[in-house]
Design a protein around this ligand. Structure first.
Ligand SMILES: [Zn+2]
Length: 309
């Protein structure tokens, strides 16, 4: 059996573990992401990696490499964080691969968290057996990954496939990327909550609400939540149809927190998409819920060490 280290760096937590080539998590630990950012994270990563190396040595497991998935825009070829997320302090421009390579000889691969999630769904999850795949993670933001012929589309330095920042409405709400009406302003948890808050405020009601509340209220047939979810579904359907027109995929996989128990979202989307776009392209595309949940970031991160060997 072959093993690698997988590390998933997010805005709130860092998960790390030993993963088998078959996608099994054999050892794992999770710690909160240090609030001070770069220096604290780098020294914590050193400690985590050294602990995992020792654990693997104790178990007599030989390791293939270290795979990392992180929030933010990643220069895959340089192993560098090009533009970090606002959720992690001082993360812009960090030459992460060089920093880690200073204390280990193992090969190191670093990519965007949703790119590695796409790899995990492709190898072990909802996109297994498909080579033309679109993956959207609907969470705090909306992240994306595109596989064509089984390989990720990266663009010039690795920043491609920012699917969440495709404009759906150029007169829409202002997104934190500088554009207006991005897919993220419809389909992220943040914006589902924001849109509901706006409606509540207009009616002079208490506006402190999360996306999970909105979804619960929608299922209780609350009228305002119904309006917000309808807007979300229309925005998401437009985004997915745009992506289908661009990439002619076999399958679109939807994951992230918003999609937990999200079959109802897929049912609404399919209905909405019946009359959208070019039938030759849209009709046969499968919309599926992601199958790997908590550990998908770790597994996807580790997959890189075998894929790019
Ligand atoms: Zn945007």
């Amino acid at each position: 059996m072959e093993y690698s280290i997988g590390i998933d760096i997010g805005g709130t937590k860092i998960a790390a573990g030993i993963i088998s080539k078959e996608g099994e998590v054999v050892h794992k630990s999770t710690v909160p992401t240090p609030s001070m950012g770069k220096d604290e994270i780098l020294s914590l990563l050193k400690e985590i990696i050294q602990n995992l190396l020792e654990w693997a040595a104790d178990q007599q497991l030989a390791l293939e490499g270290i795979g990392i998935g992180t929030a933010g825009q990643v220069g895959f070829f340089e192993g560098k964080i090009v533009s970090g997320t606002p959720n992690i302090k001082n993360w812009n421009g960090v030459p992460l691969r060089d920093e880690i390579q200073a204390y280990t000889d193992l090969p190191i691969y670093i990519d965007n968290d949703v790119n590695v999630l796409t790899l995990a769904e492709y190898q072990f999850g909802a996109a297994k057996g498909c080579e033309e795949v679109i993956c959207l993670a609907l969470g705090t933001g909306v992240g994306g990954g595109v596989l064509t012929k089984g390989e990720l589309i990266r663009g010039t330095w690795g920043g491609g496939a920012e699917l969440g920042h495709m404009t759906i409405d150029m007169n829409g709400k202002e997104c934190n990327c500088g554009l207006r009406g991005c897919l993220e302003t419809y389909a992220s948890g943040t914006w589902i909550a924001k849109r509901m808050q706006e409606l509540l405020e207009e009616s002079g009601l208490d506006s402190n609400i999360t996306s999970y509340d909105v979804i619960r209220l929608y299922h209780e047939e609350d009228e305002m939540a119904g309006q917000v979810i309808q807007t979300m579904i229309r925005g998401l359907a437009n985004g997915i149809v745009n992506l289908i027109h661009l990439f002619n995929p076999q399958v679109v996989v939807l994951g992230g927190g918003v999609m937990s128990n999200g079959q109802w979202i897929i049912d609404l989307l399919k209905d909405e998409m019946k009359t959208m776009g070019m039938r030759s392209l849209v009709d046969d595309v499968e919309i599926r819920q992601s199958e790997l949940h908590n550990d998908s970031g770790l597994i996807g991160a580790a997959i890189q060490t075998w894929l790019y060997k």
